[in-house]
Design a protein around this ligand. Structure first.
Ligand code: ATP
Ligand code: MG
Length: 573
């Protein structure tokens, strides 16, 4: 700080330039031109309750809620529940929980199924206007008649039914007179349209299935394309934002609204969020769950919001990533390291530091008094003085990380080895003297001496050591199970599989490693669900919701960057 004046421009960090976001530009222009008159900016987030939300949905949520908020508008949560066979109340509840966790609150909770009566009336209106008809072709025949990208489609022989006949048949479809798949209602548009979505799209199908909300009240269900835009219009959605794969559906979205003469909601498409090594398809994620490849939708390796939460990811970091990416009209696959970078940045600021030894090796300080216990005061978070300090017990027997000792040190190995002096963090300098081995020759105990003058971690004679190690006092330690996670898929593009192979053939067989004998400093006994920790030198961790007093489980959110691993890798060790 150059001068003490907080108002001075020189003391302010310049605000990061807002990432480009063409959606914001469109809304700003619509506000300027009063395109929707006095109507407030209204958006919606429209998940289908057929699975849990994933990180891709977080982008849509941040755009839908964030942009409405920027313009003083409102956002509805609308469940797009038109497919009774795949939808469940469990998903409805999980989706609401995840949106709140991300930090957003909807204006109204809506269901497309609430609009079934209105959608039905509008279908009758289109029939009366000669713009919809009942077709008796089978699903296969409809596909055949539709043509291809290079060939126009053919008119169905039922296309020219009279309005009266269509009204009669459609009402009887609704009344349950016909079996599943025997008839559909189609919009009468253009079988030669270059856009296949405009070739008389199906509006309603017969399905005798119990719906999670309407029960057995209906046996005809609207298709996505017919339900979506009309639901937007009912809610006076001004900007209906969705991902790019819906771009080809936009002409149909507009056709329904124009031909019904209803509130002119407009659809705008943006790029889908994707990360390397990550699968973002609810269908595939469901398969992982159903085939027990993961422990559930909230398995910490899953890219679902519930999985990321259990892993220790934070809504702040997820929102920061998504915001930094803005919105465009080109799909790009982002490096997963980018998400991890934002998460580390967030946790570095907020995570309480603690010492934990994941793979313990006992170390005995021979010249330390056997019954003595000292308490060293350490900062809870050097990035945040307000987080305070705590007192960590130190005694004659401690645990260090197995990997922090080598009987025969390789070149450039600066940690503990016989005759070498290192620092125990915040405590003393120690020098290794001898080892105890088991019958197979493994080192099971290291004996060393300490320098009483180096208390606090510095020697009065200015002697330097090259390594500082974390430790846990053995008699005070608490035990825990540690779960280390790695990427769920082996390849940056999980879909990169050999001919005939399923994407699941790319699953990483080593994505979960469980360590059962970790030793933690005693303050971690008070860890609660939702707390974040940096285990010094090891990584970021959080308590797993499946923990109990007798079985503490910590999940590794992310490792710290490990320079040693890189050196070892480079040298081919
Ligand atoms: P999935 O492809 O994973 O099955 P979906 O598109 O079928 O997802 P919906 O419940 O229909 O899931 O999605 C709700 C909203 O979220 C839609 O508006 C959709 O455009 C958006 N969305 C889904 N996936 C992504 C993504 N990867 N990036 C951005 N937006 C997404
Ligand atoms: Mg979808």
């Amino acid at each position: 700080m150059s001068n003490g004046n907080p108002e001075s421009p020189t003391t302010q960090t310049p605000a990061a330039p807002a990432p480009s976001n063409f959606l914001r530009d469109i809304i700003a222009e619509d506000v300027r031109t009063r395109k929707f008159g006095d109507a407030v900016i209204q958006t919606r987030f429209p998940p289908e309750p057929n699975g849990y939300l994933h990180i891709g949905h977080a982008k849509a949520i941040c755009l839908d809620f964030g942009l409405a908020d920027d313009f003083g508008g409102k956002t509805n949560l609308r469940f797009d529940d038109t497919n009774p066979e795949k939808e469940e109340t469990e998903y409805v509840n999980a989706i609401q929980h995840d949106i709140r966790w991300l930090g957003f609150q909807w204006e109204r909770l809506c269901y497309a199924s609430d609009y079934f009566p209105q959608l039905y009336d509008w279908a009758l209106q289109l029939i009366r206007a000669g713009k919809a008809y009942v077709d008796d072709l089978s699903a296969d025949q409809i596909r055949e008649y539709r043509g291809t990208l290079t060939e126009p489609g053919k008119n169905s022989p039922f296309r020219d039914r009279s309005v009266e006949e269509n009204l009669d048949l459609f009402q009887r479809m609704k009344a349950g007179e016909f079996p599943d798949g025997s008839r559909v209602l189609r919009a009468k548009i253009d079988m030669a349209s270059p856009n296949l979505n405009m070739r008389d799209p199906v509006m309603y199908r017969i399905l005798h299935a119990t719906h999670h909300r309407t029960g057995d009240a209906w046996c005809i269900y609207p298709m996505y394309d017919y339900a979506h835009g009309q639901s937007d219009s009912i809610e006076h959605v001004t900007h209906s934002m969705c991902s790019l794969e819906f771009a080809d559906h936009q002409p149909l979205y507009r056709w329904f609204i124009e031909n019904l003469g209803i509130f002119p909601s407009q659809q705008i498409e943006f790029d889908r969020l994707n990360f390397t090594y990550t699968l973002l398809s609810k269908r595939k994620l469901l398969q992982l769950v159903q085939e027990d490849r993961v422990s559930g939708w909230d398995d910490p390796r899953m890219p679902t919001l519930s999985g990321l939460r259990r892993r220790g990811f934070t809504p702040e970091a997820i929102r920061a990533v998504v915001t930094s990416l803005g919105a465009s009209r080109t799909n790009v696959v982002q490096d997963i390291e980018m998400l991890e970078h934002f998460q580390r940045d967030d946790l570095n600021r907020r995570a309480r530091r603690a010492m934990a030894v994941l793979q313990p090796l006992k170390l005995v300080i021979d010249n330390y008094p056997p019954d003595k216990v000292e308490y060293v005061e350490v900062a809870n978070n050097p990035e945040d003085p307000a987080a305070g300090t705590r007192h960590v017990p130190f005694s004659r027997e401690i645990f260090i990380e197995h990997d922090d000792f080598r009987e025969i040190p390789p070149p450039k190995y600066y940690r503990l080895s016989p005759g070498k002096e290192v620092r125990l963090r915040n405590a003393y300098f120690i020098t290794a003297q001898s080892v105890v081995k088991d019958s197979t020759g493994n080192v099971v105990e290291v004996h060393c001496t300490y320098d009483p003058a180096s208390r606090g971690g510095n020697s009065p004679d200015g002697r330097k050591v090259k390594s500082t190690m974390h430790w846990v006092s053995a008699p005070h330690a608490i035990s825990a199970e540690i779960r280390l996670y790695d990427k769920l898929f082996l390849k940056p593009d999980p879909y990169d599989v050999a001919e005939g192979q399923d994407v699941l053939s790319n699953l990483n067989p080593n994505s979960l490693q469980i360590l059962t004998s970790a030793k933690l400093e005693p303050s971690l006994a008070e860890a609660a669900i939702g707390d974040h920790f940096q285990f010094e030198r090891v990584g970021y961790f959080c308590l797993d919701p499946g923990s109990s007093e007798s079985r503490r489980i910590f999940n590794r959110t992310l490792p710290l960057k490990d320079s040693w691993a890189k050196i070892e890798k480079k040298s081919g060790a």
